[in-house]
Write a protein that binds this ligand. Structure first.
Ligand SMILES: NC(=O)c1ccc[n+]([C@@H]2O[C@H](COP(=O)([O-])OP(=O)(O)OC[C@H]3O[C@@H](n4cnc5c(N)ncnc54)[C@H](O)[C@@H]3O)[C@@H](O)[C@H]2O)c1
Ligand SMILES: [Fe+2]
Length: 402
């Protein structure tokens, strides 16, 4: 089903012809419009036969009033809405099972995720779990979902994860491990993008989620096996949009142009990494979220400069290309521009308040080895990194970030 794994790496061996062969998947429909939430009911009525929808979100999104227009519009279109606002950041497995019970007893014929990545990931899984054909425990990893899902629509309220266009859902398993479920079944029927929903996103969330999106684009552009011409084009466009829009939206949350560009950029980056998967930065960021509950985007930003420096040995051409793409500066060799790219990203993190050290965020030095051990478990991500990361390498990166 997920034929990409049969394709050969884009990085060909020396002397072999470099042949372009790839597969690209995404959601079938993407609808973007400022104010789209206000006509969501009409959109759903036109695009589907759903008559009662299970709306998956978190309390923060609900209390920010972000459901109001969407719910009014759905009711006006004759769609019955059951709201479940139980989602918490990085949803734990038990919570997913509890929500599954609620979803099944509500008996809805469609699912709507409206919120940040945590809400969208939960909605994606619930649309599958509601069918009752397979246990959650057997879905982890790549391509393990068998069977169907209910109709699924996703409306992001952060400009970060790109979850609205990815076939991925992240669940916290055990006490601390962030485990991924990756399957084409998780591609939604439609992603609906309304930048107005992101206007009241606080500055620090804007910064962290925006950096998450930039890391998606960077890691897709250097992804070891499945990087392809479409993911490259999407990553480049995403980075141009996000590098300007994230600082602008951080400075002025009401700047609708910046909000629109950031939302578009995060969606394009999502399409890129859905096909050319993320790597070392995410592998080292996940344990920070799992063990210390640091927000996903902040976790990425904390390790980003050091992973870029580490990777530069193997990915200097791509980093140099990204640097020239973002700045127009083509002076110097690849190595020098790759170094400048790491510096550029580090300065951008600083500009939006994300240049912090692990020691200031409650991470004790004697837990760095636990972080490195946990990072080694992220084999799904580590295999995509342009340079192999050993336990010692991971520990050294955490020490630099500490
Ligand atoms: N599926 C994927 O492809 C993918 C990719 C990357 C990350 N993730 C996962 O997504 C999760 C992170 O998602 P996230 O960064 O979007 O954060 P989130 O969904 O955890 O939300 C963070 C906080 O922001 C609040 N919030 C969301 N939108 C708001 C708005 N418009 N105004 C005010 N407050 C708002 C929420 O209430 C919450 O308190 C992690 O679990 C991560 O592992 C998934
Ligand atoms: Fe991410």
């Amino acid at each position: 089903m997920y034929a990409q794994r049969f394709l050969r790496p884009v990085f060909s061996r020396e002397g072999e012809p470099r042949v372009t062969d790839f597969q690209f998947l995404t959601v079938p429909k993407i609808y973007m419009k400022a104010g789209a939430a206000r006509t969501l009911g009409d959109y759903l009525a036109a695009e589907s036969s759903v008559s009662s929808i299970f709306l998956v979100t978190d309390r923060g999104v609900r209390e920010a009033g972000l459901l109001d227009n969407a719910c009014a519009s759905l009711s006006a279109a004759g769609v019955k809405v059951t709201i479940c606002d139980d989602v918490v950041a990085d949803p734990p497995e038990q919570l997913m099972l509890d929500m599954t019970e609620k979803a099944r007893s509500a008996g809805c014929d469609g699912y709507l995720g409206l919120g940040g990545g945590s809400s969208l990931d939960a909605a994606k899984l619930l649309a599958v779990l509601a069918e009752g054909e397979q246990d959650l425990a057997s879905m982890y990893g790549i391509d393990q979902i068998r069977g169907r899902r209910k109709p699924l629509f996703l409306v992001p309220t952060t400009a970060g994860t790109g979850s609205e266009v990815t076939p991925i859902a992240i669940v916290t398993t055990g006490e601390t491990t962030k485990s991924g479920i990756v399957s084409p079944v998780l591609y939604a029927d439609a992603a609906i993008l309304d930048p107005e929903l992101t206007i009241r996103l606080p500055g620090h969330v804007t910064a962290a989620t925006g950096l998450d999106a930039m890391v998606h684009a960077i890691e897709a552009y250097t992804s070891r096996h499945k990087k392809n011409p479409i993911s490259d084009a999407l990553a480049l466009k995403a980075l141009s949009l996000l590098s300007a829009a994230v600082p602008a939206a951080y400075d002025d949350g009401t700047d609708l142009t910046a909000r629109s560009d950031a939302l578009l950029g995060s969606m394009l980056a999502g399409q890129a990494f859905a096909n050319a998967p993320v790597a070392g930065v995410h592998a080292l960021a996940y344990p920070l979220g799992g063990i210390f509950h640091l927000p996903h985007g902040l976790s990425n930003a904390l390790v980003l400069p050091y992973v870029l420096e580490f990777n530069a040995l193997s990915a200097k051409e791509q980093y140099a290309e990204l640097y020239t793409h973002l700045t127009g500066d083509g002076q110097g060799g690849d190595e020098s521009r790759a170094g400048k790219f790491a510096h550029y990203m580090s300065e951008l993190c600083e500009r939006v308040g994300l240049r912090q050290q692990l020691r200031d965020l409650g991470v004790p030095q004697d837990r760095l080895s636990d972080l490195a051990s946990d990072a080694m478990k992220q084999t799904r991500l580590l295999i995509n990194n342009p340079r192999e990361i050993s336990y010692e390498d991971a520990l050294s990166i955490y020490e630099q970030a500490w």
